[in-house]
Design a protein around this ligand. Structure first.
Ligand code: SF4
Ligand code: SF4
Length: 399
């Protein structure tokens, strides 16, 4: 499968012919073999809920909030129906009609609308040794389980332009919260690599969270508010592409924003696709040494929306990485706030993924959130974003 499909926030479920194609690769259906946990089952439940045929209930809430929003259903529907669009809408209605999760909703709204304050608060708790004490409370238990450690500094601080003497082009980096607050070194690798390929790199002032966590919690107006801020920050830029190292951010700002606020950042791209489409593959340098058995993990949104499947493999070959494919592909289990609300479901799907990497010494992927999720199980062995290998091949990094 290598096709990018538009995602919509409005799904015409009347066109559904109940064929079940959407559930063939649905991770929760594969894991639980239950129609209610499948894409087709969710589409039907959403349709009935949205047409006031059924009332909110714990069971409905469970089915709608165990959806990973991974998009395997959207990519496999022959009628072009966006099952995820129906799930987003069902979550919005649940947020209006149903009190469950209201504390998480409030926490996510606060954290992603004020990420710098949230980051500083968690940093304070960590430095004061209080995170361990809070370890039985979500989301701190999740942080502890994922061995999440905040770096000393974030990537974005103010407007930054990383210039080169004779630029062949100019790109913007949509940093995204995970890279900014958890993995700023991935952003450093991006700047180093793109500068080495003679691209000027811009990190514009005013970028905020892409809104995915808010929309996933049913907070559509709040997500739209952030979307408008990002459009204002990026639309005036004269750049060849807006690249995000996070495929969810790239998918949101390009595919979801039009349904949310009427316009998107249409030149948003995945790094491997940008490299291949811009004929930069010759600028990739082999990594100094291979790290044993390396497996490539496809992030859901890279495959199902950005359509970048062969491209990262081309980049890996140019890097001289002799990679293997896992026994079975699919979602890492993090998405759609499932990690937060249903960590049993998220953990079961992650374990299945990790089992498919048996014998691996290193996993390479194209998403910082997959790195985060898989690191909870893949213990002492490295999980790298592909940009880190690209930068390592080029050599000495700037600080
Ligand atoms: S694949 Fe599309 S048409 Fe078939 S059951 Fe799923 S949503 Fe309906
Ligand atoms: S988005 Fe993923 S988990 Fe949700 S219904 Fe579709 S395939 Fe299943």
């Amino acid at each position: 499968m290598n096709r990018a499909l538009p995602a919509s926030l409005s799904s015409d479920l009347n066109n559904c012919v109940k064929c079940g194609n959407c559930k063939a690769l649905c991770p929760t259906h594969i894991e639980f073999a239950n129609e209610g946990m499948s894409a087709r089952g969710r589409a039907e439940l959403a349709e009935r809920f949205l047409s006031d045929d059924i009332d909110p209930s714990d069971l409905l809430d469970d089915r709608i909030y165990t959806c990973l929003l991974c998009g395997y259903c959207d990519a496999n529907c022959p009628r072009g129906i966006s099952v995820t669009g129906a799930v987003y809408e069902a979550r919005r209605r649940l947020a209006l009609k149903w009190k469950k999760h209201r504390l998480y909703r409030a926490a996510i709204k606060y954290a992603f609308s004020n990420p710098v304050l949230a980051y500083k608060a968690i940093q304070f708790l960590e430095q004061a040794g209080l995170l361990t004490a809070l370890g039985s409370i979500k989301p701190f238990s999740t942080m502890r389980e994922l061995k999440l450690k905040l770096p000393d500094d974030r990537l974005r601080k103010d407007v930054s332009v990383f210039k080169v003497p004779e630029p062949r082009g100019r790109v913007a980096l949509f940093v995204g919260c995970t890279v900014d607050f958890l993995y700023p070194s991935m952003g450093g690798s991006f700047i180093h690599a793109l500068n080495a390929m003679d691209f000027e790199v811009v990190l514009p002032k005013g970028e905020v969270c892409c809104g995915a966590p808010l929309l996933s919690m049913g907070l559509r107006d709040e997500a739209a508010f952030l979307a408008r801020k990002n459009i204002n920050a990026f639309k005036q830029l004269k750049v060849d592409a807006v690249i995000s190292l996070c495929p969810t951010c790239a998918h949101f700002i390009r595919d979801i924003y039009p349904g949310l606020i009427g316009e998107g950042i249409m030149n948003a791209a995945d790094i491997s696709k940008f490299i291949c489409d811009s004929s930069l593959i010759g600028a990739i340098k082999p990594v100094p040494k291979n790290s044993g058995r390396v497996f490539y993990h496809d992030p859901c949104h890279t495959v199902n929306y950005l359509g970048s499947v062969e491209e990262p493999r081309k980049v890996l070959r140019a890097l001289g990485v002799n990679f293997e494919e896992p026994a079975e592909g699919g979602c890492c289990g993090l998405g759609g706030v499932v990690r937060l609300l249903h960590d049993d479901v998220s953990g079961a799907i992650r374990e299945k993924r990790v089992a498919a990497f048996e014998g691996a010494d290193m996993i390479v992927t194209s998403c910082p959130n997959c790195v985060l999720q898989l690191s909870g199980s893949f213990k002492e062995r490295p999980i790298k974003h592909i940009i880190e290998l690209i930068a390592a091949g080029i050599g000495k990094e700037r600080n």
